[in-house]
Design a binder for this molecule. Structure first.
Ligand code: OAD
Length: 251
């Protein structure tokens, strides 16, 4: 064991060719972005996130949903990548095949320097037309929600809401990576939301070693080969150090 990383895991990783990582909002917790289900504070504490992140909620009360996202965008705007994001960038450079699938909409993996990554649930800082789906960069931010400058429909954040489909290409690629990896990591996710959570199941069925990093127990913990109970910003840098120091060192 080194820094909370079991020796067996270091050996497995030293021999791995293909690694797939699924991240959730716990990875950004140490950047000061509250996790999805902990995000509700202050004025927003009385709302359930699941009740705001839907098309039905947006149709019913577009201004409420837009203002919720305006608040969440401000939290993201102030956040910087943490040691977990940085360690994932280092891990990407250590394996012949490395793919990161993130449920996070905050863009912090890209800001840290991750390259092979799929934004499974979109990006909160991008804005699209709710009718035509096109990305819109210039709009009147004083309106709530602003109208699309092309067609007048409301604008919305470019995130996947409950009940909406994941982008077809993103889903196909994620399924391919999860089904073909030697090691699958589930990091900072409660593994409650499909189809993301199903990727871990797929990896297990395909014979991958499942590794979880989460301070809490989740539905994946009992089936993981390694369930590491600690924070991502502590454990991921420790994992990188352990790999660098291992006999079959990965450069
Ligand atoms: P959740 O808020 O459901 O879960 C966050 C997880 O992170 C929990 O299991 C925490 O125990 C864990 N956690 C907290 N702090 C951590 C830390 N420092 N290091 C590691 N783990 C930590 O968020 P997600 O699983 O990301 O989707 O939620 C998945 C999806 O649910 C979101 O992308 C969102 C929501 O539906 C959509 O909006 C479509």
């Amino acid at each position: 064991m080194s820094g909370g990383v079991p020796a067996g895991l270091t050996e497995t990783l030293a021999a791995a060719e293909s690694v797939c990582v699924l991240t959730g909002s716990g990875v950004s917790a140490e950047s000061g972005v509250p996790t999805f289900r902990d995000a509700q504070t202050g004025l927003w504490a009385k709302f359930q996130p699941e009740a705001l992140a839907t098309m039905e909620a947006f149709r019913r009360d577009p201004s409420l949903v837009w203002e919720w996202y305006r608040w969440r965008r401000e939290l993201v705007r102030q956040a910087r990548p943490n040691a977990a994001h940085a360690a994932l960038v280092e891990l990407e450079q250590m394996f012949p095949r490395f793919n990161l699938i993130s449920q996070n909409v905050d863009g912090l993996h890209q800001a840290a320097g991750s390259r092979n990554m799929i934004e499974f649930h979109g990006n909160i800082m991008r804005t699209v037309c709710s009718e035509e789906g096109r990305v819109v960069e210039d709009y009147d931010a004083s309106e709530s929600p602003p109208p699309c400058p092309h067609c007048g429909a409301y604008l919305r954040p470019d995130v996947v809401w409950f009940g909406e489909q994941i982008d077809t290409d993103a889903l196909a690629a994620a399924i391919e990576y999860a089904g073909a990896c030697d090691v699958f990591f589930a990091i900072g996710t409660s593994a409650l939301v499909q189809p993301a959570a199903g990727l871990a199941e797929l990896a297990l069925q395909s014979g991958a070693c499942l590794v979880e990093i989460n301070p809490q127990q989740t539905s994946l913990s009992d089936r993981a080969s390694y369930a590491l109970h600690g924070t991502a910003a502590e454990l991921l840098p420790a994992l990188v150090r352990a790999l660098r120091d291992s006999p079959g060192e990965r450069a």
